[in-house]
Design a protein around this ligand. Structure first.
Ligand SMILES: [Zn+2]
Ligand SMILES: [Zn+2]
Ligand SMILES: [Zn+2]
Length: 182
């Protein structure tokens, strides 16, 4: 590319170089080398001047947040075995282990080691299988609680209860207390 001769000679600084370009000094400017006067400019918060920064900051924070939330989710851990006696299941993620623990070991009957998916079912089990008073009482009153949490129905026998249970899936049982629903 050919530079314009005047510019070329000025850059080369050789003999015959042109005079430096005249600079118009702002009278309010400070001493050289400053050629401008500082001026305070205030933009409103939503001014487009800040837009790029806002976008970048947003992306940055989003990235930081996803790093923070994703990191602990599936940390690489060496394989390990469930420590509950009699259980030998192997895991390579804490998440899987937690799920396993909650479904199989959290609500465990301390008498017979059977596991239940909820505290309610464990309570019902303990009452019916390990409470010596249960059999005596059940001959006088309805003692078999509905297995659905929040349903107040009680039955004379476990068979009566079994017959009642499908009414929940058909949406016919009206005895579930509203307040217990989630
Ligand atoms: Zn286990
Ligand atoms: Zn038990
Ligand atoms: Zn019920």
């Amino acid at each position: 590319m050919q530079l314009p001769p005047a510019l070329h000679s000025r850059l080369a600084g050789g003999p015959g170089a042109a005079e430096p370009l005249p600079v118009e000094r702002d009278p309010a400017a400070g001493a050289p080398p400053f050629r401008f006067a500082a001026r305070r400019v205030r933009f409103p918060r939503e001014h487009e001047f800040f837009e790029d920064g806002d976008v970048l900051r947003h992306l940055y924070l989003q990235d930081v947040l996803t790093q923070v939330t994703e990191a602990p989710e599936r940390p690489r851990v060496p394989e390990f075995t469930c420590q509950v006696a009699g259980c030998c299941q192997v895991f390579d993620s804490l998440e899987d282990y937690e799920h396993h623990y909650h479904t199989l070991h959290r609500n465990v009957c301390s008498f017979c080691r059977r596991a239940f998916p909820s505290v309610h079912l464990l309570d019902v089990h303990i009452l019916e299988w390990h409470d010596s008073l249960f059999q005596i009482l059940s001959e006088r009153q309805d003692m078999y609680q509905c297995l659905v949490e929040g349903c107040a129905e009680k039955f004379k026998t476990s068979k009566d209860r079994k017959d009642h249970l499908p009414s929940h899936t058909r949406g016919r049982c009206t005895s579930i207390r509203r307040s217990s629903g989630g």
